[in-house]
Design a protein around this ligand. Structure first.
Ligand code: ADP
Ligand code: ZN
Ligand code: ZN
Length: 748
């Protein structure tokens, strides 16, 4: 077949060009262009970059324009990733180009690759020595260079090293190259992201599996042979899931295939990275957003060049340019962070499944608290369940006590610590053991309120109250980051009685240091860990017992393994419970179970105390009794009754504008148009809501209105939905944004 035309997706952000365009391939490019190739094409009055998505012999377009050139040094995508980007754009209602960009090197265009020059011998060693001797008097530096290169092994010497060692200039090297004695090769230099100072890589031997791990391993092995390759590993905290991931990865590598391991951003602890480096030295790459742009760029290329066959990364690494994938792991699969909250609003689990199917790879999703979404897939036989119900070495799950804070208050205890928690803290400190205090709110106090007129300090851009922070004292919006000065004078009635209410981690830190003067405390939240390397340092000093108390937000709930922690205190379990979101109960259960799981991971037994104003709530009770199955059954019943996911699907449409009335009007119009195209069924199989103000009514200066479409198998109508929304957006002339989110994780 003679390929003459390329269909391309133009790299321009607009709904109008969100479709393939035909271009003619000049004869000299016909061989060079494949699906995934980056090309330059004429477009409108200029030229743009574009991605080839298919090739054809004929085109129905009259006089198509010509592809101008192939970008030689650019990142070309595999046909698999082109296919995947198409699927992502359809499934999650984004533009194709937005999905393609996920597959490109991060920071592309802003970061320059770095190269290193390596000097190699071009002649036999004896000859080089001979030349070196001959040049000794005439050209001393040249003679030194020759000698140095001759003495080095065949892998060559970096020019930087050579220059440093011989103090020779470039002209000496050039002279030797000209004489045909040496040659220089430019090779990419990889900026290495690991924190070499904090941790030295140690190679870890594989452990002897416990009985339950062994059973799980046998199940996984069946996946290598059989058809059922997608697993949900439900293993309690500390049951040793990581070792299973490692084993599977090693087996996959030995078969010549590649491995992708995904963890939530906050679980990317120095320990985990270090364990990986130890086990997979030399073929390992790290991809996540805390790397510098240069590091991310280099790591991506390292994978692309096939120098790394194991990738460890956060959400976006699911698009890593690996080929021949044999295993994808999603650790802590229940985490919200796996859903991207901006276009393309993809869920990592769904994307990973697509890739696993394409490659015939194993998929291992692990958690101590699997999401209801995944658990239901087990019942539907889409995932195989593997259970590990015991911790390694017979360690016990911690005992959990719930403290009713209303009773504390009635009995005149106005402290943030209940009597039970306070005495447990005292005992733990006296015994020289470590403890974690968890509160899922950063800052000092939740909000500031005037005791005279009831005025609450709010963000001018978002419909939330401002959080009071100390060090330095200020007010902060936790949605958009807006800051303002703190004051005690009410801006409304000018009384001096503006006071702060509600708790944050800074307050807990202050109370602790007042109660236990001289004790070492680490506070771990996104304020305290914003500087590069801060997180690792904190982690390390707590691990080395340089501090006895760790106070933190959800950052301390995930993936941390501190064997000396015997007490975990939850200051207020209700923080996440009352969010207007149907997943609030599930999220609270997961968070409490995870944070409780940080206690008793060593030889000593652990203890957990949960303080709450809603002690009867099923999420809190089930978390306290380590009853995942009981929780999931109850949660499933509720969600099924209300026909919420995973017993239905939801598409969330959001219209937003700086003008509230406009946002509302456009939402009304959008609903009308959707209503004209989509089935709406009175028996409530398909339900299209009236527009309503979003729970988070205003965000970053935009008023927001939601329209919700709920039903089953909604992708049957994906074409209609795209058409309505894309056309609607094309017509927008005012400052109104319209977004579509398929199965949102957060409904605010
Ligand atoms: P999970 O991810 O399931 O919460 P981890 O994988 O972090 O648990 O394992 C908990 C701890 O148990 C780790 O310190 C790990 O090194 C250790 N561990 C895992 N498997 C074994 C084993 N077979 N023998 C001894 N220790 C183990
Ligand atoms: Zn006031
Ligand atoms: Zn704000």
């Amino acid at each position: 077949m003679t390929v003459k035309y390329a269909q391309v997706i133009i790299d321009v952000n607009s709904d109008g060009v969100d479709k393939p365009f035909d271009y003619l391939l000049p004869r000299e490019l016909q061989e060079k262009v494949q699906v995934g190739t980056q090309v330059i094409v004429p477009f409108r009055s200029g030229t743009v970059r574009a991605f080839v998505v298919s090739l054809k012999e004929e085109s129905s377009v009259q006089n198509p324009k010509m592809v101008l050139k192939v970008e030689k040094a650019a990142a070309h995508l595999s046909p698999e990733l082109i296919r995947l980007s198409y699927w992502v754009s359809r499934y999650f209602f984004s533009r194709w180009i937005e999905a393609i960009r996920l597959c490109l090197p991060p920071g592309e265009g802003r970061v320059k690759p770095q190269y290193e020059e390596i000097v190699f011998p071009q002649k036999e060693k004896p000859l080089l020595f001979e030349e070196s001797k001959r040049l000794c008097n005439k050209a001393f530096r040249q003679s030194l260079i020759l000698e140095y290169v001759a003495l080095s092994a065949e892998e060559g010497v970096p020019w930087d090293v050579l220059r440093g060692e011989t103090e020779a200039g470039r002209q000496s090297l050039n002279a030797l190259i000209k004489k045909g004695l040496l040659r220089v090769e430019k090779v990419p230099r990889v900026r290495v992201p690991w924190d070499e100072e904090t941790f030295a890589a140690g190679s870890q031997p594989s452990l002897v599996l416990t009985g339950q791990q062994e059973k799980a391993w046998q199940e996984i092995l069946k996946g290598f042979e059989g058809q059922r390759k997608h697993f949900l590993i439900y293993g309690v905290t500390g049951s040793g899931k990581t070792e299973l991931y490692f084993r599977t990865a090693e087996k996959v590598l030995s078969e010549g295939r590649t491995v992708l391991i995904l963890v939530p951003e906050i679980a990317l602890t120095p320990v985990l990275i270090n364990q990986f480096r130890g086990r997979f030295a030399g073929q390992f790459a790290l991809l996540h957003s805390n790397l510098s742009p240069g590091e991310r760029f280099d790591m991506w290329w390292k994978v692309k060049r096939k120098e790394a066959r194991v990738v460890l990364g956060a959400r976006s690494a699911v698009f890593a340019p690996l080929e021949n994938i044999g295993l994808i792991v999603i650790d802590e699969e229940h985490e919200n962070a796996y859903k991207q909250e901006e276009a393309p609003r993809y869920h990592t689990r769904d994307v990973a499944l697509q890739r696993a199917v394409y490659h015939g790879a194993l998929l291992l999703m692990g958690s101590a608290t699997p999401s209801l979404d995944s658990y239901v897939k087990v019942q539907r036989k889409e995932l195989e369940l593997i259970e590990i119900s015991e911790r390694v070495e017979g360690r016990l799950l911690p005992t959990v006590q719930i403290v009713d804070m209303r009773r504390e208050f009635k009995q005149k205890n106005k402290s943030i610590f209940s009597r039970a928690l306070l005495s447990a803290i005292k005992e733990t400190i006296a015994r020289g053991e470590q403890l974690i205090l968890f509160l899922n709110r950063r800052g000092f106090a939740g909000f500031q309120l005037c005791r005279v007129c009831g005025f609450v300090m709010r963000c001018p851009y978002c419909s939330v109250s401002l959080t009071y922070h100390t060090n330095p004292e200020h007010l902060q919006c936790h949605i958009c980051g807006y800051r303002s000065d703190a004051t005690s004078i009410c801006p409304e009635c000018h009384s001096p009685y503006l006071r702060s209410f509600g708790l944050g981690t800074q307050r807990v830190e202050k109370e602790m240091s007042m109660l236990f003067p001289g004790i070492n405390i680490i506070r771990m939240d996104s304020d305290a860990t914003s500087a590069k390397g801060a997180y690792s340092k904190m982690w390390k000093s707590f691990y080395e017992k340089k501090a006895q108390v760790l106070i933190g937000t959800q950052m301390v709930a995930k993936g941390l393994d501190f064997p000396e922690v015997t007490l975990v205190g939850v200051i207020a379990a209700d923080v996440t419970l009352h969010l207007p979101d149907f997943r609030a109960g599930e999220r609270t259960f997961q968070l409490l179970s995870q944070v409780a799981g940080r206690a008793g991971r060593g030889e000593k037994k652990g203890r957990v105390i949960i303080q709450t104003y809603t002690p009867w709530h099923y999420s809190i009770r089930r978390a306290a009794s380590h009853d995942y199955k009981g929780f999931i059954a109850e949660e499933a019943k509720r969600r099924e009754l209300l026909a919420y996911p995973p017993f239905s699907e939801i598409i969330l449409f959001c219209c937003s504008s700086p003008d509230e009335e406009k946002a509302r009007r456009y939402a009304v119009e959008l609903k009308k148009r959707l209503g004209g195209k989509l089935p709406i069924n009175s028996r409530e199989d398909f339900l299209l809501s009236e527009p309503f103000p979003a729970p988070l009514q205003k965000k970053e200066g935009y008023f927001r209105y939601h329209v919700v479409y709920k039903g089953n198998d909604l992708h049957r109508f994906a074409g209609e939905i795209r058409e309505v929304v894309w056309n609607f957006r094309k017509e927008l002339r005012e400052d109104v944004r319209v977004t579509v989110d398929f199965n949102p994780q957060i409904m605010l």
